[in-house]
Design a protein around this ligand. Structure first.
Ligand code: FES
Length: 180
């Protein structure tokens, strides 16, 4: 289930326990990721990678949330998000599978999860199946290192994923084997 990134103004009223007022745990993970990068404005691209990995694509509300957190003008964040081809501001495939390839996840076998997904679909990272059913992407760190390797399926973060888990999800979505 995709959840729209909520208004950045809510970022001002973050609850004391660190959870985003929307209750969407992905914001907490994004915060963790930004915290690791010390909220450095220079880490914008890295942060946008994490945001896209968690949410599937970058909504304008999400871009504003990042701009607020990194204390950057929204125009700069929007400019970077639209400049690089690997960022998308619109949903692509019907389903999305984002494999975290950050250090913790990589060490715990994220590479084999990604290889299984790519092998089963015949498409690579950043691509969408010809029937529009699935988009595969990768992230550098989702802020969920404790449950590595992490994969985000349609906006739901799943931890300790194996290649078999990923293939089961693809099966559930009736993703065809191999390119059309
Ligand atoms: S490396 Fe941090 S969640 Fe994957």
């Amino acid at each position: 289930m995709k959840t729209e990134a909520n208004a950045p103004s809510k970022a001002n009223s973050r609850q004391k326990n660190g959870n985003h007022p929307s209750g969407d745990n992905r914001f907490t993970m994004l915060e963790t990721s930004m915290k690791k990068l010390r909220y450095q404005p220079d880490a914008l691209i890295e942060v946008l990678h994490s945001a896209q990995g968690l949410f599937g694509y970058l909504t304008s509300d999400l871009l504003l949330f990042v701009a607020h957190a990194l204390k950057l003008p929204p125009s700069r964040v929007y400019g970077v998000a639209t400049f690089y081809h690997f960022f998308t501001l619109e949903p692509r495939g019907l389903h999305s599978c984002s494999v975290c390839m950050g250090t913790a996840c990589y060490v715990k076998g994220a590479g084999s999860v990604l290889a299984a997904v790519e092998g089963a679909t015949g498409i690579k990272d950043g691509m969408t199946t010809p029937d529009g059913n699935l988009t595969i992407s990768t992230a550098r760190c989702l802020g969920a290192c404790g449950i590595a390797p992490a994969v985000v399926y349609d906006g739901e973060v799943a931890g300790r994923q194996s290649p078999e888990d990923a293939l089961e999800k693809l099966n559930e979505w009736e993703v065809k084997n191999g390119p059309e």
